[in-house]
Design a protein. Structure first.
Length: 249
């Protein structure tokens, strides 16, 4: 679990990442506490976002219409939240802004620079992983803010694990070639004529190949941990957890 700690606030269970970095908050809101962030119910999602903002003293949470893509956006200080951006990543240098993504099996990736107060967050499922969205947003952050790769760290929230993430044979063959080209070992495992994908090991290697360093991971499987996490593979089709990054006041 690394520096991630499970905490409770006003009945809501959430993970918080602890590191020696002034005011930075990396949060992961679990299903415990009655909060849900479904895109199919914008009213409920907004109500629950408002509740998180109130509970954690956040001015505004900025999220996307997620599309399993490699698209990502810079969020400026004067950004007006309207849930109109379609993509799977956000980054900013504005310390008054929180960035969020919704996940139910896909991998949430938190990005942060300790030297220049720059943050990002990524939603990476198998499609985003094949498109290397994590690498692309890191390179954009480096170029835009004149960062060295060693000035950026990443952390993982929970996702579906290699224990449970079954994929079909055709996709397994694609990922085997993809992983081989990037020196990823055991990205796909075969058990009983079934194929299982390890999202974290692939994304970790993709990010480390850019020179950024891993800071921590919540090593829980969203499919296994039914009491704490939503899982699309477990028929939580419209239910989503929330991953957040930003600077506390």
């Amino acid at each position: 679990m690394s520096n991630w700690k499970l905490k409770t606030k006003n009945g809501v269970k959430y993970f918080k990442f602890y590191l020696d970095y002034e005011r930075l908050q990396c949060l992961f809101i679990t299903k415990i506490g009655g909060l849900n962030f479904p895109s199919e119910n914008p009213k409920l999602m907004q109500e629950n976002l408002n509740q998180i903002e109130k509970n954690f003293g956040i001015k505004q949470i900025n999220i996307l219409k997620q599309t399993h893509s490699d698209r990502f956006f810079y969020v400026p200080e004067d950004f007006k939240f309207n849930y109109s951006l379609e993509g799977d990543g956000l980054f900013t240098d504005q310390t008054s802004i929180y960035l969020g993504i919704r996940v139910a099996d896909c991998l949430p990736i938190y990005l942060f620079s300790q030297s220049k107060r720059i943050i990002g967050i990524v939603h990476s499922g198998w499609k985003g992983t094949l498109q290397e969205i994590g690498k692309k947003i890191v390179l954009k952050m480096m170029g835009r803010f004149n960062l060295k790769s060693t000035e950026i760290n990443f952390a993982f929230g929970p996702s579906i694990g290699a224990c449970c993430y079954e994929i079909n044979k055709d996709l397994a063959l694609v990922f085997k070639e993809f992983a081989k080209a990037r020196d990823v070992i055991h990205a796909v495992t075969e058990r009983g004529n079934k194929y299982f994908l390890d999202l974290k090991s692939i994304n970790e290697k993709i990010l480390e190949n850019t020179g950024v360093q891993k800071a921590g991971s919540i090593d829980l499987c969203s499919f296994c941990d039914k009491d704490l996490l939503f899982s699309a593979r477990r028929n939580d089709l419209n239910n989503r957890n929330l991953a957040l990054i930003g600077f506390h006041k």
